[in-house]
Design a protein around this ligand. Sequence first.
Ligand code: C5P
Length: 229
Amino acid sequence: MTPASPSAPVLTIDGPSGSGKGTVSRLVAEALGWHLLDSGALYRAVGYAAGSADLDLSDVDAVTRCAQATKIRFRDPGDGGETRVIVNGHDATDELRTETAGAAASAIAAIPGVRAALFERQRGFRRAPGLVADGRDMGTVIFPDAPYKVFLTASAAERAQRRYKQLKAKGLSVTLAALLHEIEARDARDAARVVAPLKPAADAVTIDTTGMPVQTVVSRVLALVRPAS
Ligand code: C5P
């Protein structure tokens, strides 16, 4: 693996759950041939590790120690398939996708010690030839000097609809109403927290993706990095 490089270019893609960040980040990283950081997976992994250890998620000290100790690895299966997330030696990819894991991640993400424990780890993903960083605070806190910053949004109703399709396609049983409720609650929690609240960086380009095909969003984002000459 190439070593971390503080001078490698970074494209940050922040936004709320269901804004299309995950898909857009993956496609843009592929098109550019850059590395990808799915920072949400790190928070999900810590939430999962804390849950597996039967910790009370409101026990700030215990969860912080857990975040410091949790070993998280991303493994590319090499066949073009989904990146696997290995948490303390266990392939937790399937467990991490669930709404329960998302809610646990959102709860532990409000703990400053957890964010501090993940700070340097996230910066370690910055490598040549470049990094696409997907999250909530990539442009504001983790890579404030990134040359390219995007903030994706979409209406809560559309985000719930997208999430519904995604989870259904993965065979998970969910209802649209429950998802909408969960998304609105998570948005409120992520925006209201004291550390790294969800908000666009002052220098980010905001794209409202409501009703916009993924390919159009990808083209818009790519145009920021590679303006047509
Ligand atoms: O993006 P994803 O849904 O996987 O993120 C799960 C949760 O992790 C978010 O709701 C948010 O609370 C937290 N998170 C965060 N900062 C990030 C990425 C995710 O607080 N950079």
